[in-house]
Write a protein that binds this ligand. Sequence first.
Ligand SMILES: Nc1ncnc2c1ncn2[C@@H]1O[C@H](COP(=O)(O)OP(=O)(O)O)[C@@H](O)[C@H]1O
Ligand SMILES: [Mg+2]
Length: 467
Amino acid sequence: MAPTLLSAATGSLRRRLLAWLLAATAVLGLAAMADTWAEAVGTARAVSDRVLAGSALAIAERVTVADDAQLQVDIPYSALEMLTSTAQDSVFYRVDGPGGFMTGYDRLPVADPGAAGQGYADAVFADAPIRVITLARTVSTGVESIPFRVTVAESRLARNELAQAILVRSALRLALMICGASAIIWIAVPLALRPLNRLGEAISARRADDLSPLPTDVPLEVQGLVAAMNSFMARLDTALVALRNFTGNASHQLRTPLAVIRTQLALAQRAGDPALAHQAVAKGDAALADAERILAQLLLLARVDAAADQPLARPLDATALARDLTGEMIPHAAGAGIDLGFEAEAGDTPAVMVRAEPVLLAEALKNLIDNALAYAGRGAVVTVRVARTGDDVDIWVEDDGPGIAPEVMNRLAQRFVRGAAGPARPGGSGLGLAIVTEIAQLFGGRMVLDHGAGGRGLKAGLHLPTA
Ligand SMILES: Nc1ncnc2c1ncn2[C@@H]1O[C@H](COP(=O)(O)OP(=O)(O)O)[C@@H](O)[C@H]1O
Ligand SMILES: [Mg+2]
């Protein structure tokens, strides 16, 4: 199977078209020639038979009754001449009276005239194929009718030659047609494929980072290819943008924590006092944790960017996801002195289905909880809640911390924007809420920021359509 696939996929279109054309015309041509041959033979036979009949009639007219009531025949030269005018055919005849053979070639085969008084036959005479006509006629003596038969035969050379000539002409015509069609294909295929070549040239002339769509003013057959390439380039562009954002952001965002780590390591090295060295190492370690978190967030953003084209969303239970994640983060919350809890709709935990990719959705929610743990402050109460609102679902993370001033709320969805509470976590990068926003948008929803209950704290949520 592989070799046929391969040979169909490679090789020259021109040759393939040509092969198809030749095969098709050969089959059609042979059928046409068989038809022509049958017709040529029929025509030749009809023409020759008519001449043969004329010649037999001319002889029959010369059969008379002599004085002795015997038949006599006087073969007219012209009767045979009309036959011999064609090719080198031999002409034979015989006349039979009531008493049998009268004149001519006595071995010449005779055709059966039948009731019509005229019959044809194909036979062999003197080692050559012949065509025979026999006429049955009568001649009147005045008293009685005397029957006689005139047989004329002609070798079949001429009619064969005629049929052959017709056939050769039609074969020549066919050959000429095939040659013409082949020449047209040979010239037309490269011309017809020029748009493809131009497309190839346009692509090879591009810069590596030029992923703008190719022009679509191409022939119908090429439009599918161009559309597929354009869609591919759009996807590639999305991926490249994600990569570019990542590398740009990473180099920028990691510079500070890396510098801190270096400084602290140098301090630790030079510190004479082990306590000081220990302190420096702890600071360096914290900076490393920051770098780690920033890197994780940048990678996550790159994933969101790359998924923008085709999010791998599937129906999943938002309640279960939020409950599990909250459970996972409780130890961490306890460490920060925060009371983290989960509250499902209507007391028990009914499934609330959304369409999303579980890892990305969990990351978004994790960022919201992470913020609450970082900024709400010791002793705060943080509640994760899943609530149905009409056709939509809200996954809320509510705290009773300092909250966010209304005038900055709508700016925090942007990348690298931090708020007033920023100093509570020195290593933050301002990416958390941007990640939440972009993941929510990826699944057809949005991020919502509001004041907590009683105007205290922050209520941050993912607003998503139900599946
Ligand atoms: N639960 C919250 N309480 C108070 N402020 C918050 C809360 N969540 C976010 N913020 C504010 O929003 C800003 C942006 O948050 P985010 O995008 O996650 O970046 P980062 O946490 O790295 O600063 C934070 O710097 C903080 O000022
Ligand atoms: Mg954050």
